[in-house]
Design a protein around this ligand. Structure first.
Ligand code: KIV
Ligand code: ZN
Length: 515
């Protein structure tokens, strides 16, 4: 098997994602993760673009020990000097220089003739070689360039000392057959091509970046340029995780390997998303939140019987614990029962049936059913949660120019308690007043309001989650008045919490007695 080199450009092309700016410290943090991931090359930035990028590359070059560090430079002496300076202290340093070769770029952007461009490229590569032996050259917009000019300039830069020739599909215009064909023709037509490594750099404007890169590999490319989560200019770059996992998963088609430690993929994806502020779309291949989640009953049933029915990748191989069965309205009995078992419930068949019915009803109204919802639901079936606190009366005063206040009257057994409180809004005021009555130190973890019926008099259902110590419970309440629904949900959660505590105490007492 031959190795495919992974050139990560998250810190350069990835940072060109609109709205993303990384500080040198953040770049170093990502570079360290990329080193642990075992990428072969880190393109750390474009030193001529800003002083901060120049500094970041210098720091990364100094700190990173095993990975090649490269800096991007236009084919201009001033850029190349800066790149040379920036990578000076790298254990393995590379300069990546580029100039556009397509007619549209040469005519409108550069305003240069092909022969002028060729000379600039050759001079740039020669100058870059004064700083390092590892020089990579990219004919920008290669996929829209005249192929014969492309062959000519590639041969010329090889003679000038380039060691890696990178073929970019700069605007994501190519298709897999066409792009693979271009690589094949370059290999056929450039006399000294066997002296260098061929690299590809695909953008995702037509959603083909991964497919184009893989097609190029089949035709002879041995380095792929890509980014974590596929971030980059416009629609982004080829995604590292997709390339690496495609090669690993389809060994039957790709007689290649990469050095990537795939178990770190999920974590690095998270770090990059967090530091760049670019969320990963839920259905993103490999690293999306839903990539290993199953909701439909048929799929869940299949996965429970044999995971490979609907999973082509072992989630552990990218660093995830396991796949997840999401309980929602499409889920079936099999997954429902399995989840209850995992949560420690041992129910009789008729209890399961009742709970399943209640679950289906709830799932019609709630998009995703979490463990806390399931626990509440089952508790309702197998136990009568005692209504320790009962709402008797609620009054709120609110408006945009006054401090929201609430008064609540709550019954506990045969005693009635009344309290008032102010808050950030009427619901907050109600919750503070209830806290005063109940005397519990609670954290509101989640609050959601949904209209259960339509129209102006819609019934609102409030679902909340509260936490005390290590116990998390959910509560629900409904009313045509959303403040009342909120109060009911809060008291419902408190009653459940107290029920849970009483069960826990009983269990502990039982243990004490035994010991
Ligand atoms: O997309 C592109 O052409 C580039 C080059 C600088 C390689 O990013
Ligand atoms: Zn690019």
């Amino acid at each position: 098997m031959e190795k495919i080199y992974i050139f990560d450009t998250t810190l350069r092309d990835g940072e060109q994602t609109p709205g993303v700016t990384l500080t040198p410290k953040e770049k170093l943090k990502i570079a360290r993760e990329l080193e642990k991931l075992k990428v072969d090359v880190i393109e750390a930035g474009f030193p001529a673009s800003s002083f901060s990028d120049f500094e970041a590359i210098k720091i990364i070059s100094r700190e990173i020990e095993t990975t090649t560090i490269t800096a991007l430079a236009r084919a201009l002496p001033s850029d190349i000097k800066k790149a040379g300076e920036a990578i000076k202290n790298a254990r393995k340093g590379r300069i990546h220089t580029f100039i556009a070769t397509s007619p549209i770029h040469m005519e409108y952007k550069l305003r240069k003739s092909p022969q002028q461009v060729l000379k600039i490229a050759v001079d740039a590569v020669k100058l870059a070689r004064d700083y390092t032996d590892e020089v990579e050259f990219s004919p920008e917009d290669a996929s829209r360039s005249d192929p014969s000019f492309l062959y000519e300039i590639i041969q010329a830069v090889i003679e000038a000392g380039a060691k890696v020739i990178n073929i970019p599909d700069t605007v994501g215009y190519s298709t897999p057959d066409e792009f693979g064909g271009l690589i094949r023709k370059i290999i056929d037509k450039v006399p000294d091509i066997n002296k260098v490594q061929i690299s590809v750099h695909c953008h995702n404007d037509l959603g083909l970046a991964t497919a184009n890169s893989l097609s190029a590999v089949k035709e002879g490319a041995r380095q792929i340029e890509c980014t974590i989560n596929g971030i980059g200019e416009r629609a982004g770059n080829a995604a590292l995780e997709e390339i690496v996992m495609a090669i690993k998963t389809r060994k039957d088609l790709f007689d290649f390997y990469t050095d990537i430690d795939t178990r770190k993929i999920y974590w690095v994806s998270h770090v990059v998303s967090h530091l760049t502020g670019i969320p990963v779309q839920p259905n993103k291949a490999i690293v999306g939140k839903n990539a290993f989640r199953h909701e439909s009953g048929i799929h869940q049933d299949g996965v429970l019987k044999k995971t490979s029915t609907y999973e082509i990748i072992d989630p552990a191989s990218i660093g995830l614990d396991k796949s997840e069965l999401v309980l929602g309205k499409l889920s079936g009995r099999h997954a429902f029962k399995e989840r209850l078992k995992q949560l420690g419930f041992q129910l009789e068949q008729d209890q399961i049936e009742k709970a399943f019915e209640a679950f289906k009803k709830l799932a019609e109204r709630k998009r995703e059913i979490f463990d806390e919802d399931l626990i509440s639901l089952v508790e309702e079936q197998i136990a009568q949660i005692p209504e320790i606190f009962l709402l008797e009366y609620i009054h709120t005063v609110t408006g945009n120019k006054i401090l929201p206040t609430a008064t609540v009257r709550i019954r506990k057994g045969d005693k009635v308690y009344q309290e008032a409180a102010c808050g950030d809004g009427p619901v907050d005021a109600v919750y503070r007043a209830i806290d005063r009555v109940c005397g519990l130190d609670l954290t509101l973890v989640d609050y959601s309001l949904q209209a259960v019926t339509g129209g102006k008099d819609a019934l609102g259902e409030v679902t909340i989650k509260i936490k005390r110590g290590d116990i998390l419970v959910s509560g629900r309440g409904s009313s045509t008045d959303i403040i009342e629904a909120s109060a009911k949900a809060y008291l419902n959660a408190i009653n459940r919490l107290l029920y849970r505590y009483s069960r826990k105490n009983n269990a502990n007492n039982g243990k004490d007695k035994k010991s």
